[in-house]
Design a protein around this ligand. Structure first.
Ligand code: GDP
Ligand code: MG
Length: 375
């Protein structure tokens, strides 16, 4: 089958550095690729804020229209969320599928969801995303639930659809509540073992680190959001057992609905004793990524936890840069920070030592008489 072709459209503000915009667009292209589209061209305009009716300016949108026509483009992907009226206007001009970043992320999540839990969460997020945008979308919706009693006099199709979606949302919420109860029971059954959660931006190496530390295969892929469900493994370092969980990665402009409906998946993070924040130090926007992860973490849980910062992929840095690392702010944090490479297994024993230090402290507090009993 022919892959769908896409163009990417983003804005840069005057303050932003060139490299940052490029990195954002790279990420958008990666998202497009993950969802199966080939990106043919990027259109970036220096404009802030976005044009209220066409996102980019009039001249730019016509330039894009020309390109879409001559190159037979299937999808125009915008780096920011579009308003319903922007979508309507742009669709009229470009005459191709219009997606924004949230669409793309939701779409990827939908294809990645494997368990009933993840599927329900994604479906809920999709309906919540759809609800305020119904003005354009109503024609695409199933309407089998209409009919007697549903379509009161004068009620428009949009209102009907809005009601159907509202009902779906409450059904999904009920279903989630049930699953959450089961999950929470499962977690309680695990006992009082110390819990460590791997957190971080998407594609930083969390699952790879999980595989390495737990010596069991966890799905690793050079794609965004390879892992949607949390995996939990028991790990023993020296004489201390603990539970290690791999969690879904975060990303810039993660749709708010997604964070909301994934809160139960993120329970693993909320209930963890220790967070290991995995960072891809080879990314030129890794500092941005740290901020985004910290902000998302705050949204999930207000309590501060012990955190180890793990700067991964140092194998991708040049030699002289590695030598300089110990002089950087990263090495001087209150939180323990480590520079590692999962791929080359560099500094993994240091990481284990650090984990052991923190885990055993909590473990010994919880099991004061026999630290080995739950082995
Ligand atoms: P996750 O999304 O955080 O779970 O990341 P994954 O563990 O799935 O890894 C994402 C990609 O980064 C994969 O292609 C890994 O092989 C790669 N990767 C992980 N650790 C390292 C590392 O230390 N060095 C390099 N060069 N690549 C790595
Ligand atoms: Mg993963």
């Amino acid at each position: 089958m022919r892959k769908e072709t896409a163009i990417l459209i983003g804005l840069s503000s005057y303050k932003q550095k060139e490299g940052v915009v490029k990195e954002y667009m790279d990420e958008l292209e990666f998202l497009a690729l993950t969802s199966g589209a080939v990106s043919k061209k990027r259109f970036i305009q220096k404009l802030h804020p976005a044009h209220p009716s066409t996102f980019v300016g009039k001249g730019k949108i016509n330039e894009i229209k020309e390109y879409v026509k001559t190159h037979d483009i299937d999808i125009a992907i915008f780096d920011d969320d579009l308003t319903p009226s922007q979508i309507r206007n742009i669709e009229k001009i470009l005459e191709c599928k219009i997606l924004d970043r949230s669409n793309l992320i939701l779409d990827i999540f939908a294809t990645r969801a494997r368990t009933a839990h993840a599927k329900t969460q994604v479906e809920l997020a999709q309906y919540q995303y759809l609800l305020p945008r119904l003005t354009r979308m109503w024609t695409h919706l199933e309407r089998q639930k209409g009919g007697i009693g549903m379509r009161g006099p004068g009620e428009t199709q949009i209102e009907t659809d809005r009601r159907i979606i509202g009902q779906k949302i409450s059904k999904l919420k009920e279903k989630l509540l049930k699953i959450d109860k089961q999950k929470s029971a499962q977690r309680n059954n695990r006992g009082a073992l110390v819990r460590v959660a791997l957190v971080g931006y998407t594609n930083t190496g969390k699952s790879s680190l999980m595989t390495l530390l737990s010596k069991s295969e966890v799905f690793v892929e050079n794609k965004l959001f390879a892992t949607l469900d949390t995996t939990v493994r028991k790990v023993v370092i020296k004489d201390i057992p603990f539970l290690l969980s791999d969690t879904v990665g975060f990303i810039r402009k993660l749709p708010h609905q997604l964070v909301e409906s994934f809160k139960s998946t993120l329970d693993e993070i909320r209930e963890a004793d220790i967070l290991v924040h995995v960072i891809d130090i080879s990314s030129s926007t890794f500092e941005d990524q740290i901020t985004i992860v910290n902000e998302t973490l705050l949204e999930i849980s207000k309590t501060q936890k012990a955190m180890i910062l793990v700067f991964n992929k140092i194998d991708k840095l040049e030699k002289n840069k590695i030598n300089e690392l110990n002089e950087t702010w990263m090495a001087k944090l209150n939180n323990k920070s480590l520079f590692i490479s999962v791929l080359k297994k560099t500094n993994i024993s240091e990481l284990k030592k650090e984990l052991y230090k923190i885990v055993s402290k909590i473990h010994k507090k919880r099991f004061p008489f026999n630290s080995n009993i739950y082995n």
